[in-house]
Each structure stands twice: as C-alpha cells, then as structure tokens.
Design a protein around this ligand. Structure first.
Ligand code: PBG
Length: 338
C-alpha cells in the first residue's frame, strides 16, 4: 500500500499518539550514576572538564546517593581516589580502602536500598603509574619511553589483585562487581575468588568490550588515573574491531559474567547492537566522560538544547540495544523524565 493510503504522519500528529506508538523508553531505573569518592570530609570538588561531576568525600557521597535514590535512579557505579597510590594498588583491595568504606556507609543507610551499588574493579586509580595492571620493566622516569617494549603490563600477575579487589568490594556490600581492566581471564579469576569467599551470589558485570578511547580523557582527571607513561592500547581494544568485541563477549560469558557493559557508547552503537543480537544476557552501555563533556561544552555555548540533546543521546543508546546506561547525565535525565 502506497501513498495516499499510507501516511505515516497520521501516528505523529499528537503527543498522545506518539506516546502510544513509541518503541523505545527511557526510565530513571535504567540509569546508573558514576560517583568518584575521595578522602576527607565536606569535600565536593568539581571536575573541571566535567561540569556537574564532583569528587565527593563519603559524607557528601551519601547526600548525593540520597538525591539519586529519591529521583528513582537504578544504581551507582563507584570509583575511588585513594589517599595514597603504590605499584601494587594496595588501596584497591584494602579492607579500609576508600570504596570499601563508602560501600559500608551507603549500605548502612536504608533510604538507599533501591539503589544497586556497583563497584568498578580496576587498579588504575590505585597504581602509582596509573596503569590498570601490574607493570614489569617500569621505565625509570615518568613520561619515559613510549616504546611498547619498554614496559609490560603483566596480565597473570594482575589477576589475583583484581580478584582480591572484587572480594573486598563484595564483602563491603557491593551488589555487583564490574571489572574494567581488560586483562584476559579476569572474570574467571574473580568468579573463583568470590565463590571461595562464600560470595556465590555476587554478580559480575564485565566490561566485555572496552575500547581504547580518546573519550575517556575527562575521566582520567575525575579519577586521577592517567597513565604516567605509555597508554592503554596493549590491553584495551582497538576501536576498529567489531568481531574481536564479539570474541570478548563470548569469552567473558564463558568465564561466568552475569551482565555485560559496553563502552564507550555513542561512537560504538553498532557494537551494542551486535552484542544485543548475540546474547540474551542483560547489557549495559557506558556513556563515558568525553561523551558527557562534549555535550556539556555544546550546552554551555548554547549550540545544543540541553534537555532534548541529553535525552536523545540516551534514547539512541537504548535503541541500539542497551538495557541500562551508565551516564553522568543520570540525575539530569531522571529529573526530565520524572
Ligand atoms: C578504569 C575505567 C576507566 C573508565 C571506566 N573505568 C578509565 C580508563 O579505562 O582509562 C572510563 C570512564 C569514563 O571515561 O567515563 N579502567
């Protein structure tokens, strides 16, 4: 049937008609808000490249979490800025590490029960060199050799530390642990460690396909985690590779991942769609720091409509196939949706 019998505009005429036939929906419960927790009290320090995003001390993080829970947001993803860093990332798995302390404080507050508390599991915020794993052959000077053979990220030596970090977070109250380091075999190592620690019910959300991306730039200021030499391309994925992303997904699921996180989101919507079609497990997407910052910059200049562009950016990620979205817009979007 063709024009004039078929007129697709008939179903676009009123808001009510558009609402009735809408295919994709955004709800606050499908949004996860990242939080950057730091030592101290009363600290609320804005990240210069991410307007509206803060380093928060635990007392301030509690206030932020209460506001998020009141808005119906689904969960929080926690990152820690430790007081001290070392080459073994001790702060990541210490019982009194900053994320562990925060988790205990959040869990003690019953108003926060509706929030799923997710701990990002990685070493980069805790290592003195800023890499996500243990470095061997470390160059003598900061900013030293860019030659990939000048240092090695030791995959297998990193696994036990990631596993310890996951167990420490789960013991402190994390509802989900989310490894983001991109070491091979980490899901299996974490699953085994959780089970051995009598934590068989803690799910693993694996950042299965995480690409080496320029869009993580602002995060590294927020989490103080920029590598002091070299870059992350020997462990994070090459942005050109879709088939390899599918292999990462298959392996992580085989190792026991319960949910998947795809990252970044907007430049990789095709990867999210391919993941959706490949597996029935819940899939999240991370609208990363650079995606947020570039939109914020355009809003500040008055070049884009803040409210509409915020929701449209999230809707596109949902339409690509993500069940839920980690986003720095979580509170803004929840207010718009509420
Ligand atoms: C830790 C980690 C990073 C992000 C999430 N977990 C940084 C990185 O890999 O360099 C980036 C998130 C963002 O940019 O918002 N490895």
């Amino acid at each position: 049937m063709n024009f004039p019998a078929t007129r697709l505009r008939r179903l676009r005429r009123t808001p009510a008609l558009r609402s009735l036939v809408r295919e994709t929906h955004l709800t606050p419960s499908a949004l996860i808000q990242p939080l950057f927790v730091c030592p101290g009290e009363g600290v609320r320090k804005e990240v210069s490249s991410m307007p509206g995003v803060f380093n928060l001390s635990i007392d301030e993080a509690l206030k932020e979490a209460e506001a998020s829970a009141a808005l119906g947001i689904g969960g929080l993803l926690l990152f820690g800025l430790p007081a001290e860093k070392d080459d073994q990332a001790t702060g990541a798995y210490a019982d009194d590490g900053i994320v562990q302390q925060t988790l205990r404080a959040l869990k003690a507050n019953r108003k926060l029960d509706p929030l799923v508390l997710i701990a990002d599991i990685c070493l980069c915020e805790y290592t003195s060199h800023g890499h996500c794993g243990i470095v061997v052959n470390q160059p003598a000077h900061q900013g030293g050799p860019q030659d990939p053979d000048a240092y090695t990220i030791d995959n297998d030596a990193t696994l036990p530390l990631l596993a310890r970090t996951a167990v420490a977070a789960a013991q402190a109250g994390a509802d989900i642990v989310a490894p983001s380091d991109m070491m091979d075999g980490r899901v299996e190592a974490i699953r085994a460690a959780l089970d051995a620690a009598a934590l068989p019910d803690t799910p693993i959300m694996s950042y299965a396909s995480k690409f080496a991306s320029a869009f993580y730039g602002p995060f590294r200021e927020a989490a103080d985690s920029a590598p002091q030499f070299g870059d992350r391309r020997s462990y994070q994925m090459d942005g050109a590779n879709l088939r390899e992303a599918m292999r990462e997904i298959d392996l992580d699921l085989a190792e026991g991942a319960d949910l998947l996180l795809m990252k970044p989101a907007m430049p990789y919507l095709d990867v999210i769609r391919a993941a959706r079609e490949r597996t029935g497990v819940p899939i999240g997407a991370y609208q990363v720091s650079g995606e947020y910052s570039m939109l914020q910059a355009a809003f500040e200049k008055g070049w884009l409509d803040r409210d509409r562009a915020t929701l449209e950016s999230l809707l596109g990620i949902r339409r690509a196939g993500a069940d839920f979205i980690v986003t720095y817009f979580a509170k803004d979007a929840a207010k718009l949706l509420g």
